[in-house]
Write a protein that binds this ligand. Structure first.
Ligand code: PEP
Ligand code: MG
Length: 886
C-alpha cells in the first residue's frame, strides 16, 4: 500500500479536484471537478488519475492501492446517488470515459449504462416504469462495451438491429417495441459469446474493471500513438478515466440531451448556440438519426431549464474566460452538465471572440494576442474552399502559398495571359516555373507545379503575389503534346476546371465554392494591439509598387528585400536585357544598360513613393544570367520549326545565335555558379547601372521633399574582399551622382548573409557592411546541401520517416542554419555593434522562425505582403512567450 492518491471524487459537495489539476485528472475530469466546485449540477463520479495509467503502463500492473481506492469511491458514489451497483431494485449505472491532459479525439470512445445485467435491467424497468427504456439501455450497453472494450465491430450489432426492423417492417429504431429490444439483448449477448468465447459479464465490478483496463490500454493503441506523434504530444502523459453516475435524457418528453456553445463557433457572434433532442441519449445527437432542434426552442419547451442552462453557461464562460463548448442532459426536468471545455472555432470566430472579450473586460489584450494562432490570420485573409463542397481529390503537393483558387487549366504562361485578357479564370499548371512565367503567374488565379519545394521560384513568387500555389505535386503528369495532365486515373484537358487549395496543398477536379473573407475591423484592432507589444520591426519582400502599397496597407514598416531581377522581365525590358547579356564587348553591354537604366529608375521612383519615409532594401542583380534567356530545348524546337516551315535564314541565324549564348551560359550547378556578387565583379557595369538608377531616383524624390531611405544590398557574398570590391563600385557611382545632383542621400550599403562562409566570417564582413540580411533560403540550401528546387523529391519522405521534423525551407532549422545565424550575429556585432540585422528568406513570415529571429536578437523580419499581418502577430507572441518563460 502506498500513500499515493489515485482516485479523486467529484460532485455532491465532496469534490477533490479542480481545473488546475489537468495533468493529473485529464481535461474532462478536471473540468467536471471545476464545474462541481462552481456549484454547477454535475452527476457525481470519480476520476482515476493519469498517474495510475502511467504506472500501469510502466509496470504492466495496477499500482498498489488503486482498486481499494476505487472501491471506496464506489461506496461514496452509491451513498451520494442512493443507488447501488448490481442492486436489482435500484441499480447504479455509470458511464466510463477516457480523458487525457490534452484532448485526443477518438482515442477511446465512451461506455454508457455500465451496471446493467440480466437482473438490474429488470430493476431499472420497474423503477422507471419503462421496460422498453431499460432494455434499450441494456442493448446499447452491450454494443458499446463490446465495441470499445473488446473491439468487436459494431456492424455485427447494427446488422441485427436492421434484421429486426426488416422483420417488423419498420424503419426507425424508435419504432422497435419492448419485445424487440428484449430479443435484441439476447442476440447481442449471443454475438458477444460467439466473438469472445465467454458470456457477457454479469458481475458489475468485472464490467468496470474491464472498462478501466481498456481505457488504460487505449493510451497505447496505434490510433492514439499516431495522433500523439502527429501532434507532438508526449507519450509520458497517460490518460485519466472518469466513472460517472448516469443520468438519462431518454426518459420521456421532459428529458433530453444536447450540445451548445456560449457563442457562435463559426462567426464568434455573441449568441447562445446549439441543439438538443428530447427523449434521447447523447449518442443520438451525434449519430444524426434524428434531427436535433435549435437550442432556442428549448426556451419554449422547458423555459425553466432553458433559463438555468443559460445562467450556467454564462457563469462557465465568465469563469473560464473563454468560449465554452458544453454537453448537458435533462432527466425528467432536472438539468445536469456533463462536460465543458474551451470551444473549437473558426479563424474568424477566434478573432472576433478574442477582441470582443477584451472589450467586455473579460480578458486583457495580451491574452487576446496569445489566443489567436498566426495561421488563423492566413485563413481570414485568403479565400477558402467552402468546407461543404464535395469534390474529388486529384492529388496533393506542398501547401506553398495559402488560399484557394478555381479556374481553367492552362499549361503555358503565354496562354495564361491570353485567357486572362479574355476575363477567364485560370490556373497555371507547369512542371516548374521560371522567371519567364511571371506574366502568366500574375494573370492566373493560382499556380500548380509538379516539381519544386517551398522556396522554389513558383512558391516564392506566388507568395509574393498573394496567389494560391501548390508546388511539388508529383502525383500529376503533364503531357504538353496532348495538352493535358493525368492524376489518379483522371485526365484533365487544357481548358477544364480544377480547384486548388494552397493552404492545404490539395488539388480537386471541378469548381469548388469559394468563401471570400474581408479584412475585418477586429483584425485591425488585434494587429494594433500586437504592434504595442512587439519589438521586432516587420518589413516586406516587394518588387513592385503594387506589392509595396499592399504591404503598407498590411502594416509593413519598409521593404526588407526588393529583388531587382523581377523588374527585368517586363515585355519592354526583356529584349534589352537579352541584348545586354549577349553583348560581345563592354561597349555593347553598356549601350544596352543605358537603355535599361531609365526603366530601372522609373521602377525605383514608384517603389520609393509607395514607401515614403520607410527604409527600402534593394538587392542588386542576383540570378545567373541564363535565367533571362529562353530555354535551350525551346530554342532547338524553334530552329527545327523554322527550318521545316521554310523560315528566313536571318531568323534562323538569330535563333542559332541565341542558342549559342544559352549554351555558353549553361552551368551544371547554376545555384552555386555565376550569380550574386560574382556577376557584379565580372560585369561591374550592371551594378553601376542599378546604383545609378537608385541614387538618381532618390535624389529626384528628395528634391520633391520626400524622405527616401535606400539600403543597397549585395547578394551571395562569401568573403569580405568580394564585398569591398563591389562596394567600391556602389560608393563611387553613388558619390558621383550625388555630386552631380548636389544632393546628399543617406543610403546604406550592406550584404546578404546567405552562405555558411559569410556567417562564419561575419566579423570581417561587418567591417564593410552597414547591415546584414539573412538570406535563409540560400543559407538553408548551402548548409544542408539541399537544392532548393529539387529537395521536394525527398523531403516529404524525410518528414514522414521522422528524419526531419519540418521542411527546412519553410521552418527555419534552428540547430544548423539557426546556429550559423547566431554565429553571424555575434561576429557581426563584435566588429560593428550597431549593425542592423534582418532576415528576408521565406522564414521571415513563419511564426516559429520569427520567434527564433526575435530571441536571436534580429532587428526586423521581412516577408511577402500577405504574411506581414502574421509576422506582426507572431512577433508580439514571441515577446509574450518570453515574458511568460521568465
Ligand atoms: C535567400 O536566399 O534567402 C533570399 C532571400 O534570396 P533569394 O531567395 O532571392 O535567393
Ligand atoms: Mg538568396
Amino acid at each position: 500500500m502506498t500513500d499515493k492518491k489515485f482516485v479523486y471524487f467529484f460532485g455532491d459537495n465532496q469534490t477533490e479536484g479542480s481545473n488546475k489539476m489537468k495533468h493529473l485528472l485529464g481535461g474532462k475530469g478536471a473540468n467536471l471537478a471545476e464545474m462541481a466546485n462552481l456549484g454547477v449540477p454535475v452527476p457525481p463520479g470519480f476520476t482515476i488519475s493519469t498517474e495510475a495509467c502511467v504506472l500501469y503502463m510502466k509496470n504492466n500492473d495496477y499500482p498498489d492501492g488503486m482498486w481499494e481506492e476505487i472501491d471506496k469511491n464506489i461506496d461514496k458514489l452509491e451513498k451520494s446517488t442512493g443507488k447501488r451497483f448490481g442492486d436489482p431494485d435500484n441499480p447504479l449505472l455509470t458511464s466510463v470515459r477516457s480523458g487525457a491532459p490534452i484532448s485526443m479525439p477518438g482515442m477511446m470512445d465512451t461506455v454508457l449504462n455500465l451496471g446493467l445485467n440480466d437482473d438490474t435491467v429488470k430493476g431499472l424497468a420497474k423503477k422507471t416504469d419503462n421496460e422498453r427504456f431499460a432494455y434499450d439501455s441494456y442493448r446499447r450497453f452491450i454494443m458499446m462495451f463490446s465495441d470499445v472494450v473488446l473491439g468487436i465491430d459494431t456492424s455485427e450489432f447494427e446488422n441485427l438491429i436492421q434484421q429486426k426492423k426488416d422483420e417488423l417492417g419498420v424503419t426507425e429504431d424508435t419504432e422497435l417495441d419492448t419485445e424487440a429490444m428484449k430479443e435484441l439483448v439476447d442476440k447481442f449477448k449471443a454475438t458477444y459469446k460467439d466473438k469472445t468465447g465467454s458470456d457477457f459479464p454479469q458481475e458489475i465490478k468485472q464490467q468496470l474493471q474491464m472498462s478501466i483496463n481498456a481505457v488504460f490500454n487505449s493510451w497505447n493503441n496505434d490510433r492514439a500513438k499516431k495522433y500523439r506523434q502527429l501532434n507532438k504530444i508526449s507519450d509520458e502523459l497517460g490518460t485519466a478515466v472518469n466513472v460517472q453516475a448516469m443520468v438519462f435524457g431518454n426518459m420521456g418528453e421532459t428529458s433530453g440531451t444536447g450540445v451548445a456553445f456560449t457563442r457562435n463557433p463559426a462567426t464568434g457572434e455573441q449568441e447562445f448556440y446549439g441543439e438538443y433532442l428530447t427523449n434521447a441519449q447523447g449518442e443520438d445527437v451525434v449519430a444524426g438519426i434524428r434531427t436535433p432542434k435549435p437550442i432556442k426552442s428549448l426556451k419554449e419547451n422547458m423555459p425553466d431549464v432553458y433559463r438555468q442552462l443559460d445562467d450556467i453557461t454564462q457563469k462557465l464562460e465568465q469563469h473560464y474566460k473563454d468560449m465554452q463548448d458544453i454537453e448537458f442532459t435533462i432527466e425528467m426536468g432536472t438539468l445536469y452538465m456533463l462536460q465543458t471545455r474551451n470551444a473549437k472555432r473558426t479563424a474568424a470566430a477566434a478573432l472576433k471572440v478574442a477582441v470582443d472579450m477584451v472589450n467586455e473586460n473579460l480578458i486583457d489584450k495580451k491574452t487576446a494576442i496569445m489566443r489567436l494562432k498566426p495561421s488563423q490570420i492566413d485563413q481570414v485573409l485568403h479565400p477558402m474552399i467552402d468546407p461543404e463542397s464535395e469534390l474529388d481529390l486529384l492529388s496533393t503537393g506542398l501547401a506553398a502559398s495559402p488560399g484557394a483558387a478555381v479556374g481553367k487549366v492552362v499549361f503555358s504562361a503565354e496562354h495564361a495571359e491570353e485567357m486572362a485578357n479574355k476575363n477567364e479564370d485560370i490556373i497555371l499548371v507547369r512542371t516548374e516555373t521560371s522567371p519567364e512565367d511571371i506574366g502568366g503567374m500574375h494573370a492566373a488565379r493560382g499556380v500548380l507545379t509538379v516539381r519544386g519545394g517551398m522556396t522554389s521560384h513558383a512558391a516564392v513568387v506566388a507568395r509574393g503575389m498573394g496567389k494560391p500555389c501548390v508546388c511539388g505535386c508529383d502525383g500529376i503528369t503533364i503531357d504538353m503534346k496532348k495538352g493535358q495532365f493525368t492524376a489518379k486515373g483522371y485526365t484533365v484537358k487544357e481548358g477544364e476546371c480544377i480547384s486548388i487549395d494552397g493552404s492545404e496543398g490539395k488539388i480537386y477536379i471541378g469548381e469548388a465554392e469559394l468563401k471570400i473573407p474581408t479584412v475585418s475591423e477586429e483584425l485591425e484592432t488585434m494587429l494594433q494591439w500586437a504592434d504595442e507589444v512587439r519589438k521586432l520591426k516587420v518589413r516586406t519582400n516587394a518588387d513592385t509598387p503594387e506589392d509595396a502599397t499592399l504591404a503598407r496597407e498590411f502594416g509593413a514598416e519598409g521593404i526588407g528585400l526588393c529583388r531587382t531581377e523581377h523588374m527585368f522581365f517586363g515585355d519592354d525590358r526583356i529584349p534589352v536585357v537579352r541584348e545586354m547579356i549577349m553583348a560581345d564587348n563592354k561597349e555593347d553591354r553598356e549601350n544596352a544598360l543605358q537603355k535599361l537604366q531609365p526603366m530601372q529608375k522609373d521602377d525605383f521612383l514608384a517603389i520609393f513613393r509607395a514607401m515614403d519615409g520607410y527604409p527600402i532594401t534593394i538587392r542588386l542583380l542576383d540570378p545567373p544570367l541564363h535565367e533571362f534567356l529562353p530555354k535551350y530545348e525551346e530554342l532547338i524546337e524553334k530552329v527545327k520549326k523554322l527550318e521545316s516551315e521554310g523560315g528566313s535564314q536571318e531568323e534562323i541565324d538569330k535563333v542559332n545565335n541565341l542558342l549559342r549564348n544559352v549554351s555558353a551560359l549553361t552551368e551544371t550547378n547554376p545555384m552555386l555558379g555565376h550569380r550574386g556578387c560574382r556577376l557584379g565583379i565580372t560585369y561591374p557595369e550592371i551594378y553601376e547601372m542599378q546604383v545609378k538608377a537608385i541614387i538618381e531616383a532618390a535624389c529626384e524624390l528628395t528634391s520633391e521633399g520626400m524622405n527616401v531611405i535606400p539600403e543597397i544590398m549585395i547578394p551571395l557574398v562569401s568573403n569580405e574582399k568580394e564585398l569591398d570590391f563591389v562596394k567600391k563600385t556602389v560608393t563611387q557611382t553613388a558619390e558621383s551622382i550625388m555630386k552631380e545632383k548636389c544632393i546628399d542621400i543617406s543610403y546604406l550599403c550592406g550584404t546578404m548573409i546567405e552562405l555558411p562562409r559569410a556567417a562564419l566570417t561575419a566579423d570581417r564582413i561587418a567591417k564593410g557592411a552597414e547591415f546584414f540580411s539573412f538570406g535563409t533560403n540560400d543559407l538553408t540550401q548551402t548548409t544542408f546541401g539541399f537544392s532548393r528546387d529539387d529537395a521536394g523529391k525527398f523531403l516529404p519522405l524525410y518528414i514522414d520517416k521522422g528524419i526531419l521534423n519540418n521542411d527546412p525551407f519553410a521552418v527555419l532549422d534552428q540547430e544548423g542554419v539557426g546556429e550559423l545565424m547566431k554565429i553571424g550575429i555575434d561576429k557581426g556585432r563584435s566588429s560593428r555593434p550597431d549593425i542592423k540585422i534582418g532576415i528576408c528568406g521565406e522564414h521571415g513570415g513563419d511564426p516559429e522562425s520569427i520567434r527564433f529571429s526575435y530571441e536571436a536578437g534580429l532587428n526586423y523580419v521581412s516577408c511577402s505582403p500577405y504574411r506581414v499581418p502574421i509576422a506582426r502577430l507572431a512577433s508580439a507572441q514571441a515577446v509574450l512567450q518570453e515574458e511568460e518563460e521568465d
